[in-house]
Design a protein around this ligand. Structure first.
Ligand code: SF4
Ligand code: SF4
Length: 464
């Protein structure tokens, strides 16, 4: 039976207490087979993008990457399992195999085949991931609809992951560069799944720290973490290596209260992560406005990259992400400090703390935005199973299945429900953060108002 314990941040149920679960994690095969399956899909998506039909809705690359994978990731995997996707992601696989000179077997005592360079100290944060995300976002109208561009972006990520794994230690691509990893890490704080050590005191007393160095059962943490100090999900890729290597059986995978990492004073609070929360929320808002809003001119500008209108769109996109929305939040935080007379900590610190309330709101916004196109377009996937390149094949007899929008009448209701749920959780986090100050309600009200205003903006775009 799974073991339930009550700890800081709420009740936990230890899944690794289940023998079958522990065996499944410690054995490498299940994870490896799923990762290989994903790698095959990834290679097929790139090949279809490069050599298949240029019609997006008839190309495996566009539909399976931006509809099927994206929907599964943002609406299911991240909210429910946090970073579990990272444990089977195909992007770092080839680089990791080259580093280890092994596909699956552990080779104890053998050093990784890499130049072993240290990642620069100034880049040991997620600012680079924020920058890469914004850079890609400027071109997303084209990336999402043109198979060849999708293939080039995916191929570019894969090459960068391989190159970095040959130069640097372990998974620096995943930890510091991958723009997808950046937001998965942030939103994984909401998930009801976590990996933590059972007893930090056992780790402190353990001299050899096999989870960092590796042993005959597994590799040292590829994400360069010390599990003994893990307090939140953000950077743990759930690869399971520490579950395998810990000789004292001190690592657990738990079910827990969703959003436990967002409680005040759980782990550190950082400006780069605060900006990630702001960028993700703003991008969801801007995407909704551009692709679903009534402004045809803006949409046209987003599609016509490297033209003058696109330059205006790009500048507006960056200014909104980096200045306008952060400025509005800063104003709300400053007003709250005035109302509540809570000048007990620097404004920057309050800004960073309150920005974490945007994590559930941003996740809800992305789920709602995704609902607007996923259910309508999902049925494009079935013919592509038989004809991934759009060349007229019919491998499994599904090539002529017609386009059928699913539950389209339900989409607005689901969007409202998701957005309101995100708002309720966000406001709850805001007041919890406010409760760490003296005059909690008054201090937190403006930020709660900011969250409500943003939610109102989404509702207007989806229902208006
Ligand atoms: S090997 Fe296990 S007990 Fe030792 S530091 Fe790592 S997680 Fe803690
Ligand atoms: S802490 Fe453990 S599960 Fe998380 S990335 Fe490191 S080795 Fe993998």
């Amino acid at each position: 039976m799974a073991r339930a314990v009550v700890e800081r941040g709420g009740r936990r149920i230890e899944l690794t207490h289940l023998l079958w679960f522990r065996r499944a994690i410690r054995g490498r095969w299940i994870q490896w087979l799923v990762a290989i399956f994903m790698l095959a899909g990834f290679v097929l998506a790139i090949l279809a993008g490069l050599f298949g039909t240029p019609v997006g809705s008839r190309n495996f690359g566009v539909i399976f990457v931006w509809i099927v994978w994206w929907a599964a990731l943002i609406a299911l995997l991240v909210p429910v399992t946090g970073r579990l996707w990272c444990s089977v992601c195909p992007l770092p696989l080839p680089g990791e195999w080259l580093q280890r000179r092994a596909l699956i077997r552990v080779r104890p005592g053998r050093r990784l085949h890499t130049l072993g360079l240290k990642w620069p100290r100034t880049l040991r944060n997620i600012w680079l991931q924020n920058g890469v995300f914004l850079g890609v976002a400027l071109f997303s109208a084209v990336i999402l609809t043109h198979p060849r561009v999708t293939a080039l972006v995916m191929g570019g990520y894969a090459l960068a992951a391989i190159l970095l794994s040959l130069l640097f230690e372990r998974r620096v691509f995943c930890r510091f560069v991958c723009p997808v990893g950046g937001f998965i890490g942030l939103y994984s704080m909401v998930a009801p799944l976590e990996l933590r050590v059972k007893n930090p005191a056992v780790c402190r007393a353990h001299k050899t720290k096999d989870c960092c160095t590796g042993n005959e059962n597994g590799y040292g943490c590829p994400w360069m973490l010390y599990p003994g100090k893990l307090e939140r999900n953000t950077y743990c890729g759930l690869c399971g290596e520490c579950v395998r290597t810990c000789p004292l059986d001190n690592v657990a995978i738990n079910l827990r209260t969703p959003g436990a990492d967002l409680a005040p004073r759980v782990g550190e609070r950082r400006l780069d992560e605060a900006y990630k929360g702001l960028i993700m929320l703003t991008s969801a808002l801007l995407y909704s406005a551009v692709f679903l809003g009534p402004w045809a001119g803006v949409k046209e500008a987003a599609y016509n990259v490297f033209t003058l209108p696109w330059l205006g769109y790009a500048i507006g996109f960056l200014v909104a992400n980096l200045l306008v929305v952060p400025g509005l939040l800063l104003g709300a935080v400053a007003l709250g400090r005035r109302l509540g007379r809570t000048g007990d900590q620097p404004l920057r610190q309050s800004f960073v703390e309150y920005a974490y309330a945007l994590v559930p709101l941003g996740l809800a916004a992305w789920v709602a935005f995704s609902l607007s196109f996923v259910l309508i377009n999902l049925s494009y996937a079935w013919p592509l199973l038989s004809d991934p390149f759009g060349w007229g094949w019919d491998l499994f007899g599904t090539a002529t299945m017609p386009w059928t929008p699913y539950f389209s009448g339900l989409v607005p209701t689901l969007q409202v429900a998701v957005l309101l749920a995100g708002l309720v959780v966000a406001v709850n986090v805001v007041f919890k953060i406010g409760s760490t100050h003296a005059a909690r309600v008054r201090a937190a009200l403006p930020v709660a108002g900011f969250c409500s205003l943003v939610t109102g903006g989404f509702l207007w775009l989806y229902l208006g």
